[in-house]
Design a protein around this ligand. Structure first.
Ligand code: ZN
Length: 242
């Protein structure tokens, strides 16, 4: 279980080893290396093995100190009424809200039901609100996710699909990885390969800085199982109006 190994705190039996730069894992015993540049060797978010040794409160307090330093370095006067509370506010927002999805303890509990109706056509949940954050600039990625599956034996409560999207979105992300993580989780939960995920999102790092393009959006799609068939994929795209 690759994911479990990567997130487990280091103990005597763990096979993960921290490299010199403190961020890379070495491959021992069959789980994938996450390279020095964190480029996607897998769909996993590159996490340190000690990512969850500190409590949320400890993290908030550390981030608060470091964010105060950043504000002071850019020249802000932290004695000003309006700025005083910002370091704590930002730290709490990082840990409890916008990056809560890094911690597997926060993963939504998903229950599935037997497909009693024998419904075996496509089920599509479209226009799911998605707020994520680009891991290269820590700026918002805002858009919609469209998720479809063809039930095998199991179905899922509809709002659980929104929760799965939200959980994986609330991390520093790249849109490609986010798309794959949502699809992989649904395949696991629903015990079927017949899953499709399409995300259409606006990256603030493209609109607010850099090239400054206000209008472009980015589309990423993951088609698995029967969604690789052209007819099924076209039905999916027709439903979401693409
Ligand atoms: Zn970016």
């Amino acid at each position: 279980m690759q994911k479990e190994l990567l997130i487990k705190p280091l103990n005597g039996n763990d096979k993960a080893k921290l490299n010199g730069n403190g961020y890379s894992y070495e491959k021992i015993n069959g789980f994938e290396t996450l390279g020095d540049h964190h480029v996607g060797t897998s769909a996993e978010t590159p996490l340190r093995f000690d990512a969850f040794e500190k409590s949320d409160d400890e993290k908030i307090s550390l981030i608060e100190d470091k964010f105060r330093d950043i504000m002071e370095v850019i020249g802000l006067d932290l004695t000003d009424d309006s700025l005083q509370g910002t370091p704590h506010r930002v730290a709490k927002m990082f840990v409890k809200e916008i990056f809560y999805g890094l911690n597997p303890a926060n993963k939504p509990k998903i229950s599935v039901f037997d497909n009693k109706f024998k419904y075996n056509e496509m089920l599509l949940e479209r226009d799911i609100n998605m707020n994520s954050f680009c891991e290269h600039h820590f700026l918002p990625i805002v858009g919609k996710a469209h998720v479809a599956y063809i039930p095998s034996g199991q179905v899922i409560g509809l709002s659980k699909i929104n929760r799965i999207v939200d959980y994986f979105a609330r991390r520093p992300q790249v849109q490609e990885r986010l798309t794959m993580q949502i699809a992989n989780e649904l395949k696991k939960v629903l015990k079927t390969d017949d899953v499709a995920v399409l995300i259409d999102a606006k990256h603030m790092c493209v609109s607010c800085r850099g090239i400054g393009d206000e209008s472009s959006t980015t589309l990423t799609a993951e088609y698995c199982g029967r969604f690789k068939d052209r007819a099924v994929r076209e039905e999916f795209l027709k439903y979401i109006g693409l």
